[in-house]
Each structure stands twice: as structure tokens, then as C-alpha cells.
Design a protein around this ligand. Structure first.
Ligand SMILES: Cc1cc2nc3c(=O)[nH]c(=O)nc-3n(C[C@H](O)[C@H](O)[C@H](O)COP(=O)(O)OP(=O)(O)OC[C@H]3O[C@@H](n4cnc5c(N)ncnc54)[C@H](O)[C@@H]3O)c2cc1C
Ligand SMILES: NC(=O)c1ccc[n+]([C@@H]2O[C@H](COP(=O)([O-])OP(=O)(O)OC[C@H]3O[C@@H](n4cnc5c(N)ncnc54)[C@H](O)[C@@H]3O)[C@@H](O)[C@H]2O)c1
Length: 468
């Protein structure tokens, strides 16, 4: 039993068990640590993000095979998609990992120094947090010499009239539904929209995508975004330049009222997926009460060492990073880990060449600047493009839509950016990330090594050769 007014003090308090959980290793064994998690242990990527989505994408890629194999002379048919089997296989593998991770921290002797709080943390003062346990027991106050904010973000729900009166989904819930809908309306046209549109359409669902702007994935290089939009229009009902005005229940599902170039219109679906971005959880943590500065976007402000504006408070991952990507959260976790252990030898995070990939169909991967950005920032550049169809493996596949574009500095030949749309795009991008990170220039990269023939990386080799 805790006495009234009891405050538990720790050397280190970590809020969030996504990337936050990976901070702890045997080097922290002599420290008293509190680990606070209000939701499912393991955070977004494991439970509702990268991992399950890519497991669905893999299944969707298999379901999509009959759509493109016949023109190569291989007739296949899709006999069916056992949605609940797909779903249960995925979460039957993921849920035990989350449960096992929690059990390890709570019960294993390795973690004798760690106290796990299953509850919501909120700052009430400098490095002072009130924890409201999930089980309804009384709130507790804890303090820490060091505090790490790894509390991530959450899906944003836009202010569309009636949205809270219908049963809409976000990426948190759509993967656990009990049956496939006949029709799915997706509001938004970014990462989540592109990946789920592919998954559900490959599984036979009629998908409508509602975009505010004139293209899908418009943060990508303009040619990539345009190509993706053209291809999407062949598979899905894509509505561009639409404003969502109102949503209502209709015919057992939903009806979205839109305003577009052609005036008023509606989009009907059995389910609505809201995919309009994410916001950091800094507000719910009440970081202002601890004197922690926040940017207008809601991201906690950090310096190059991942320190916040408050003494002894660090932040990493989606709560402070506008990239909102797991590899960035992982990198920042390693930096915070080092800096906690070596306060006299702080390391800076490296955000120079942060890549991303969209696991839709086709796949997209990019790193560095776009031509549009180079123009905006007054950077001199040269760009070259290579189609997949123009190299042996892509030609063999009869790929007619994929390409790789590489942007370089005309004087130094340093690579400034790369944008790939087509099969295996994330894998093909990796050597370019490596070249940028280690300062290998485009000429050297193209000519100073062998490229396996006829391997798909020849698309990168030829884009590089086309540059100079
Ligand atoms: C559908 C989807 C697909 C994605 N796919 C990819 C991908 O393919 N590749 C990629 O790089 N990134 C992907 N991401 C992004 C990636 O998941 C995130 O960047 C990453 O998980 C962020 O990690 P984090 O540790 O910062 O936060 P999280 O993993 O979100 O962890 C934060 C934890 O803090 C807890 N928490 C929050 N507030 C409190 C509080 N007040 N008290 C106690 N606990 C709290 C939360 O419950 C959560 O468990 C995807 C995201 C989504 C939504
Ligand atoms: N493969 C990956 O790495 C991956 C996959 C999924 C998600 N994620 C991460 O999760 C984050 C969230 O993904 P997301 O797709 O929700 O966000 P996003 O920022 O990629 O896209 C949001 C979309 O919603 C639109 N939008 C915003 N407000 C709107 C409104 N009021 N009405 C209509 N449309 C509106 C935007 O124009 C944009 O198209 C991303 O930032 C990404 O970093 C990454």
C-alpha cells in the first residue's frame, strides 16, 4: 500500500515503450528506472504501425498476382482472401511479442531495477509526473533525475461535420475489423492512405481515395507523385481537389459529402478510414507544466543531442521528430541511450539523409531533396532518370511505369537526392543512402564497382551513368 503523498523517485523515467523500451540494457542495471506505458507494450510500430501494415502488404502483394501475371502468359486466379485468417496470423504473431516484452520488463530478474507503470503519465511540475493507472487504482506521483519522452503521436481526426457520429476507423483500428467491407472510403492521400488502399483493393474491396490536393503522395518528388496518382486512378476511385464537408450514416455505412471542381458530390462506403496525419502526444503529457518547449506543430523541441529545453529531460521519436519514422526513432533512441550513459561525451543525432518508403503498389522510396526543393532553395542541381523497363531485369518483367531519378551537385557530383517508384524501390534505394552518408560521389559510385547483371540495381547504376 502506498502512503498518501508518497513520491517515488527514480534515476531515470521513460515515458512510452515503443522506441523508449529499447533504451534499457545491462548498462542501466545500477539505475532505478521507471517505464510508463498507457497503451499496448511495444508502441506504434510493432502493434499498429510498420510491422502489421507490412505484413498485410505482403499478403496483398500475393493477392494482386493474378492482376499482372496473365500478360506474361501465366494464368493464376485468386480463389479467395480469408480475411480473419490473414488478420489472425498477423496479430497471432505480433500480440505475443508485445505481451512477452512487457512480461520481460515486469518479471525477469534482468529488470529487477525497472518498475513498469501501466498508466497515463502527465507532468505536474519539473521532472515530476502524475501516473493514472489503467486499472483504476489511485494516481501516483513519480520524479526522475532524468526523464525521456518517447510518447509518440496519435492519428488526427479532421473537423468534418458529423464525423464523431459515425463509426470511422484510423490505422489503429482498421487492421482488426471482423470482415472485409465491400466498399472503403479513405480520407487523406499520404502514407497510410496509399498503403491501405493497396491492401484493401488487392483483397477485393472497392476503394475510394479522397485527396485535398491535386495529387496523391504530394510530398514526394513531383514526377513520382504524378506517376503514382495516374496508376492509382486505374485501380481506385480517386477524387482529387476535394474538400470533405460532412459525413453521415447511410445505408448501413457512411456517406461523405464533398466539394470539388465539379461542385457538390458524395462518396459512399461501408467503412471510412481517416488517414489525415498524426500529431505528437506532447499536449496530453502536459509538457508545458514541466517547462518543456514545444514547436507550433506540437513537436517537443530538441537540440542536436536530443535534449529538450528542460534540464534533464530528453525526447526521441514521433513526439519530437517531424519525420515520424521508425528508423529515425531508433536512431534517436541510440543517441539518447549513449548520452544518458556518457554525459561528458554527448553525441549528436544525424538527420542529414533520412530516407522513407511507401509500401504501396508500386513501391516508392526516396532520400534527400526533390528537384522542387532544390529550385525553392536555390541549389544548383542536375537530375537523371532511368526507367525500369530500360534495364534488363525491368525489361524482362515488362515493367512500364517504374523509374529512378537521381539528383546531384553538378560541380562535386555529390548525390543530393534520389526518388524511386517501382518494384523493390526501398531495397534499391539503400546503396544511394550509403553513398550519401559516406560521401561517395555519383561518378565513383557508378564506375568504381561491379553491378550484378541482370540485377534490378542496374536501374540505379544507369540513373547514375545518365547524370554525368
Ligand atoms: C499505420 C502506420 C504505419 C507505419 N509504417 C511505418 C513504416 O513502414 N516505416 C517507418 O519507418 N515508420 C512507420 N510508421 C511510423 C512509426 O510507427 C513511428 O515513427 C514509430 O513507431 C514512432 O516510435 P516512437 O517510439 O516515437 O513512438 P510510439 O511507438 O508511438 O510509442 C509511444 C508510446 O507511448 C505511449 N504513451 C503516449 N502517451 C503516453 C502517456 N501520456 N503516458 C504513458 N504512455 C504514453 C503510447 O501508448 C505508445 O505506446 C508507421 C506508422 C503508422 C501509424
Ligand atoms: N511506410 C512508412 O514509413 C509509413 C507508413 C504509414 C505511416 N507512416 C507515418 O505515419 C504518419 C501518418 O501517416 P498519414 O498517411 O496519416 O499522414 P501523411 O502526413 O502522410 O498524410 C496525411 C494526408 O492527409 C491529408 N489531410 C490532412 N488534413 C486533411 C483534412 N482535413 N482533410 C482531408 N485531407 C487531409 C494530407 O493532405 C495528406 O494527404 C506519416 O507521417 C508517416 O511518417 C509511415
Amino acid at each position: 500500500m502506498r502512503l498518501d503523498g508518497f513520491v517515488a523517485h527514480y534515476d531515470l523515467v521513460i515515458i512510452g515503450t515503443g522506441s523508449g523500451n529499447s533504451l534499457l540494457d545491462p548498462r542501466f542495471a545500477d539505475k532505478r528506472v521507471a517505464l510508463v506505458e498507457r497503451g499496448v507494450f511495444g508502441g506504434t510500430c510493432l502493434n499498429v504501425g510498420c510491422i502489421p501494415t507490412k505484413m498485410f502488404v505482403h499478403a496483398a502483394d500475393l493477392a494482386a498476382v493474378p492482376g499482372h501475371s496473365a500478360r506474361l502468359g501465366v494464368d493464376t486466379t485468386l480463389d479467395g482472401v480469408r480475411w480473419t485468417d490473414v488478420r489472425d496470423r498477423i496479430f497471432g504473431r505480433i500480440d505475443p511479442i508485445a505481451a512477452g516484452g512487457q512480461q520481460y520488463r515486469v518479471q525477469h530478474p534482468d529488470n529487477a531495477n525497472v518498475t513498469v507503470y501501466a498508466g497515463n503519465a502527465r507532468f505536474t511540475g519539473e521532472r515530476t509526473l502524475e501516473i493514472t493507472p489503467n486499472d483504476g487504482s489511485p494516481a501516483e506521483t513519480i520524479t526522475g533525475d532524468q526523464v525521456v519522452l518517447a510518447a509518440g503521436g496519435r492519428a488526427v481526426v479532421p473537423e468534418v461535420e458529423g464525423i464523431h457520429e459515425v463509426d470511422f476507423h484510423t490505422s489503429d483500428t482498421i487492421m482488426r475489423i471482423d470482415e472485409l467491407p465491400r466498399r472503403l472510403v479513405i480520407l487523406g492521400s499520404g502514407f497510410v492512405a496509399a498503403e491501405f488502399a493497396h491492401v484493401f483493393s488487392a483483397f477485393g474491396v472497392e476503394v475510394t481515395v479522397i485527396a485535398r490536393s491535386g495529387a496523391l503522395l504530394r510530398a514526394e518528388d513531383r514526377d513520382v507523385s504524378q506517376r503514382f496518382t495516374e496508376l492509382a486512378q486505374q485501380r481506385w476511385d480517386v477524387r482529387l481537389d476535394r474538400k470533405a464537408l460532412r459525413v453521415e450514416r447511410h445505408d448501413g455505412g457512411i456517406r461523405l459529402h464533398l466539394e470539388g471542381p465539379g461542385g457538390a458530390e458524395t462518396a459512399d462506403g461501408d467503412l471510412l478510414l481517416v488517414a489525415t496525419g498524426r500529431t505528437p502526444n506532447s499536449d496530453q503529457l502536459d509538457v508545458a507544466a514541466a517547462g518543456i518547449a514545444v514547436a507550433p506543430s506540437g513537436h517537443v523541441v530538441v537540440d542536436e543531442f536530443q535534449r529538450t529545453s528542460a534540464e534533464g529531460v530528453w525526447a526521441l521519436g514521433d513526439i519530437s521528430s517531424p519525420f515520424e519514422l521508425k528508423h529515425v526513432a531508433n536512431h534517436e533512441a541510440r543517441i539518447v541511450q549513449h548520452n544518458l550513459l556518457h554525459p561528458q561525451d554527448l553525441r549528436a543525432a544525424d538527420h542529414r539523409f533520412v530516407p522513407h518508403a511507401v509500401f504501396s503498389s508500386p513501391q516508392i522510396a526516396a532520400v534527400g531533396i526533390t528537384e522542387q526543393e532544390a529550385e525553392r532553395r536555390g541549389i544548383r542541381w542536375v537530375a537523371a532518370t532511368q526507367t525500369f523497363g530500360g534495364i534488363a531485369y525491368g525489361w524482362a518483367m515488362e515493367d512500364e511505369t517504374g523509374f529512378a531519378k537521381i539528383i546531384a551537385d553538378p560541380d562535386t557530383a555529390r548525390i543530393l537526392g534520389a526518388h524511386i517508384i517501382g518494384p523493390q524501390a526501398p531495397t534499391l534505394l539503400q546503396p544511394i543512402i550509403q553513398a550519401m552518408s559516406f560521401g561517395l560521389d555519383a561518378r565513383e559510385m557508378a564506375r568504381g564497382q561491379y553491378w550484378i547483371h541482370p540485377g534490378m540495381p542496374e536501374v540505379v547504376e544507369n540513373a547514375l551513368l545518365n547524370l554525368f
